[in-house]
Design a protein around this ligand. Structure first.
Ligand SMILES: CC(C)(COP(=O)(O)OP(=O)(O)OC[C@H]1O[C@@H](n2cnc3c(N)ncnc32)[C@H](O)[C@@H]1OP(=O)(O)O)[C@@H](O)C(=O)NCCC(=O)NCCS
Length: 146
């Protein structure tokens, strides 16, 4: 197993992984998303490759901070194929995201994780993330297309 950048050729496997994450997507839709992800210099799509098969992915976006000097990394998506969970792919993906974020000048990485993803919360805590829900709330403003 090794970590490598995701490319357009991964669209079909990425669609499988996104479905397992709870977001069924067609290969065509994934290709469209790859267009903007791969074209964004502040973003990185990291893949876990097991003998030529994409078995996991982490999506990282680097955001500049203004209130302090530095940036932070947002983990926008993380999933490992059900068939290989518990074998260290998730840990490797987080390690690679950490390295990427540190190199980009990030002070920390944050991730939003829905309440129903309890096993993922244990995963994050085992890797050193702390649950900050007591400190902050998350507000969302849906936007209509212009
Ligand atoms: C969360 C997820 C990415 C973890 O990937 P993984 O490859 O199974 O995790 P790893 O094998 O690298 O586990 C690393 C550590 O996390 C912990 N961990 C992993 N899964 C866990 C679970 N279900 N319950 C408790 N701890 C867990 C273990 O302590 C493990 O350490 P160990 O290797 O010393 O045992 C994977 O389970 C997944 O894709 N889940 C569904 C999608 C999801 O919830 N994504 C997160 C969205 S916010």
């Amino acid at each position: 197993m090794h970590i490598r950048p995701i490319h357009h050729g991964d669209a079909a496997r990425l669609a499988v992984l996104l479905e397992q994450l709870g977001f069924p997507s067609t290969e065509r839709e994934v290709r469209q998303r790859l267009d903007y992800w791969l074209g964004d210099r502040a973003s990185a799509l990291l893949g876990a490759d097991d003998e030529g098969t994409l078995v996991g992915m982490a999506a990282l976006h680097v955001t500049p901070l203004l209130e302090v000097t530095g940036k932070f990394g947002r983990l926008a998506a993380l999933v490992v194929d059900e068939a290989v969970r518990g074998r260290g792919a998730g840990r490797m993906l987080i390690g690679a995201a950490e390295n990427r974020a540190r190199a980009a000048g990030c002070l920390f990485i944050e991730v939003n994780s829905s309440n129903h993803r309890f096993p993922a919360h244990q995963f994050y805590e085992s890797l050193g993330f702390t649950d900050s829900r007591e400190d902050s709330r998350r507000f969302v403003l849906p936007l209509q297309p212009s």
